[in-house]
Every structure is written in structure tokens, then in C-alpha cells.
Write a protein that binds this ligand. Sequence first.
Ligand SMILES: [Zn+2]
Length: 423
Amino acid sequence: MLDPAGGRDVEGMLCVAGGRIVSEVPSGGFEPVIVDARGWWILPGLVDMHVHLREPGGEEAETVASGCRAAVHGGFVAVGAMPNTTPPMDSPGEVRAVLDRARAAGYARVFPCACLTVGRRGRQPANLAALAEAGAVAFTDDGTTPADVAVLQAAMEEAAALGRGVLDHALDPEAGGHLHAGRCARALGIEGISSAAEYRMVERDLELSRRTGCRVHIQHVSTREAVALIRAARREGVPVTGEVTPHHLALCEEDIPGRDTRFKMSPPLRTAADREALREGVADGTLTVLASDHAPHPMQAKQQAFERAPNGVVGLETALGVTFGVLVGGGILRPLEWVARWSVGPADILGLERPSLAVGAVADLVVFDPERLWTVHAEQFVSRSRNTPFEGWRIKGKAILTMREGSVCFADRAVFDRISQTR
Ligand SMILES: [Zn+2]
């Protein structure tokens, strides 16, 4: 049992009854289902705080239901839903609609991250108080960031007053380009995106956080300069956090096989040195969150010229295995630290109850097989979309059971083989 909230990495038995973790099997009335989980790891309910569910408006790519089902298959009990839908999630009605769809779907819990500005246009702050009242846990214009500093400052002041954080896609909205401004972009004759397009926005965000006291979370950090800025600001006491995606941890521009749009995302894959800095940032606790930035797109949208194809890769069903391999397999994090970055890290930013395996906690949990070898085949994804840069990857480590409030949302065949009903 790996339980970062309680600092526990122990072997033992875990009992669930009535939707909660309990100290012993209740007596009488029913026969317990017993799973022999030797060799497997029990983790608290993992949270992927950066997910695009695409509904409304992009149902061909994903729906709330298909995305939530992909999440539990990938080992996540909760997701943070991004607001760049059509229409965008900038009104209380849109927030409630996402929550209603999630309730109807079952599977993963959904925590709406609503728009920071009206229509994500960056011209005026959205009605953050009303959005929070409707159930928004954080605010972001993800996909872009407000270009107008005064607008961002006003929104951050309001978010701070509400006790909620701002999640920022810190990339200069004026910057063009489709790949990191480096060797690969030059070789392919594709316009580049500089590192400065990211770290200048991070500098701006840090300054506004100092000024307003608003908690700011830098989404999908991709450059070594941004890691250094966040590290220094955290030492200084600025309430800043940062996340890193599986693809930015596992890949770099050298891995891009030509004009393959499965490798086009925002921010882009940077250099090997940037990837190394991201790994160091995760190792030393500068980056406290892992998040997939699951960004599904229909096949025909990605089958366009590189410059025209949309940004983004799917990630819910590969994120755990890829990060486990790079970080734990690579000796960068201990297992408990890896679990923390998928659980208490995001929960603290979104203001959620910390996922926990303690007696009395809600029975949200994941069983992970650290030895399971599997191959990524996009055609087998539960997600409606297939745009992964990890096709054909041989991965070690997989979620084999996901439980929400004591109910099994997903279980691999291996679990059924280990069930017995005798004490
Ligand atoms: Zn983004």
C-alpha cells in the first residue's frame, strides 16, 4: 500500500465496506470478496488534473462519458476537466452541464476547471464567483493565456479572494510556430516556438502571483528556464506549482519522426537538455504534479498538413505506465513520491480532499501491477481518439483495478483470476 497522504509504504491487507476503507471485515450478513493482491500495489484514487473531455462541441473526439471511462481504464479515479469546449465553460450553466453529464456517466469523478476570462478571449474576467458557486474548482483559459496583463491580474485577484487557484497555459499567445525552435524544426522547415515564449509568460505569472497572492499553477512546463524560475520562486515563498506531462518527460525533439502530427502538441517537445531539467524538477519537488494533458482529436483532424493539424495527444491510458517507467524505472523517484505526484499533488491545487488509504477514507483506490508488460495499441483505447505518440511502445506497469467509493469501475482479467470468496 502506497499512501502518500499518510506517508505509508507498507505491506498489508485493506478492507472496503460501505464505500469506505474500514479496519476489519464486518461480521455477518454477507460473504466478502477477497482478492489476493500479492505483488501488486494499492494506491489511493489517482487524479489527472489536466484532461480535455471535448463535450460539448467535440463529441467526435471525446465525450464526458468516453473520457471518464478512459480515465478509469488508465488508473484515474478523478479528472480535472478543461474549459476549451464549444461553447467554452465560462458560465455556471456550462459548469453544471459537465457535472450532470459526469454524474450520468459514472466512472471517474469530474472536477470542472472553468474559464478564467469570458469566452477564453482574454478581454474580461469571467464571473468567477458564480463559476465557483456552480462547482468550478479552479480557473484557466487552457489552450491559451490572457495576453492582457491587467485582465489576468484582475482575474487573479478575484480567484485569490475566492480561495481558488489559476492554472495557466503559459505560452505567449502571440508566438507562432508548430515545433520547438530547434534542430528538428529547422530540419523539417517548420516554424519554431522559442523557449522564451514559455518562460517569459512564467515570469509574468510569478510577478502577478507575488502581487495578488493568487496561487498559480503552471500547466505542462516544457523548458529548463521555466523549471529554474519555478524552483527559485518556490524558495522565495511564491505560491506557485507546476506540472509536467508524460510526453515531455519521455520524449524530446530528437524523437519526432518527421512530419508526424501525433508529435504535435502545445507546448512542443523541447530539447534533450530541457527533458533532463524537467526530470530534475520532478525529482527535487519543484514540479509536484504529473498530468496527462489528454487532448483527443479525430483522425481526420490530425491527418492534415503539420502546420494545419491541431495540437495535442491523448494520454489517459498511457500516462501511468509511461511516467512509472521514466521516473520509478529510471531511478528518479521512489514509488511513494511518484504516487504523490498523481494524488496529493493535484488534490492540493484543486482543493480536493487528499486521496488516502487511511481507515475511514472514501474507498477511491487503484491497484497497479508494477510488473505487467504491455504494448500500446491505439486501436484498443477506450478513448474515442487515437492520437498517441507512444504507439507500439513496450511498457512495464499498468493499472489493473480502479475503485470509486467502493464500486469497481474497471478491472483487468488478472484481478478475477485472484478472487476467492473464502476467508
Ligand atoms: Zn494547455
